[in-house]
Design a protein around this ligand. Structure first.
Ligand SMILES: N[C@@H](CCC(=O)N[C@@H](CS)C(=O)NCC(=O)O)C(=O)O
Length: 239
């Protein structure tokens, strides 16, 4: 059984889609990031970056944080969506890391400035909108002569899909990316993708307009991490 530490955001949905695709048994543990659940010492013990998603595999006792690592773990456990053979495996891994280091962070920053910042800050909006646009074009070109990012449908597609979903809200449009649109339209009707994207969507409140939630998520610094680490220490060995 997989325990999935989750909140319905694109990074969380990468893993809910994967679990639905694999058909592995899982139980959802809510990590309400607007309410501060990411600082719970019990969660910190499995996710030292104070971010969801994370998983615990109760069959092995292994816990994993970071979406890309979780996807690899689940693909290996289920024996699907990540080839074993070296050449196709590295096709998938390159595109998985491309998502984790490029599409995810850039779309995430763009989403921050679009959804959470009231001032109209021209420079960061332009910077991240351009980068998101560029990355969508990289996918479009890549999909010119293949159906999926790394050949067969894989964890690279699963990781990337949730960050293409909000393209309209992020000010983009798929009309200029016909191959990406074909890929997107195909993935969005997969039943497992739909179940994964829908998981917990009713839990979300309007965090963008909730001052407490914004402070919880965006007023973090080193002291936040040290305080969470002290709380974990205290729980492990109370004075
Ligand atoms: N690279 C990480 C990113 C995880 C991440 O940024 N999660 C966000 C939600 S999308 C989070 O937990 N935020 C909590 C916070 O900002 O305090 C992954 O892919 O797992």
């Amino acid at each position: 059984m997989i325990e999935l530490y989750y909140w319905p955001t694109p990074n969380g949905q990468k893993i809910s889609i994967m679990l639905e695709e694999c058909g592995l048994d899982y139980e959802v543990k809510r990590v309400n990031i607007g309410a501060g659940d990411q600082f719970d010492p019990a969660f910190l013990a499995i996710s030292p970056n104070n971010r969801m998603p994370a998983i615990v595999d109760t069959d092995t006792g292994i816990s994993v944080f970071e979406g890309g690592a979780i996807l690899i773990y689940l693909a290996e456990k289920a024996g699907m969506l990540l080839p074993e053979e070296q050449v196709p495996r590295f096709e998938v891994l390159q595109w998985l890391f491309w998502q984790a280091g490029g599409l995810g962070p850039m779309a995430g920053q763009l989403s921050h400035f679009v959804n959470y910042v009231e001032e109209d800050l021209e420079y960061p909006l332009k910077r991240y909108a351009n980068e998101y646009d560029r990355l969508l074009a990289v996918m479009d070109v890549r999909l010119k002569d293949r159906d999926y990012l790394a050949g067969d449908y894989s964890i690279a597609d699963i990781a990337s899909f949730p960050w293409v979903v909000p393209y309209r809200r992020l000010g983009n449009d798929l009309d200029k990316f016909p191959r990406l649109r074909r890929w997107f339209d195909e993935l969005k009707v997969r039943p497992a993708v739909q179940r994964g994207v829908d998981l917990g969507k009713e839990w979300r409140r309007d965090e963008a307009r909730n001052e407490k939630a914004r402070a919880m998520m965006f007023d973090q610094n080193a002291e936040t991490v040290f305080a969470a680490a002290r709380a974990l220490e205290e729980q492990r060995s109370p004075k």
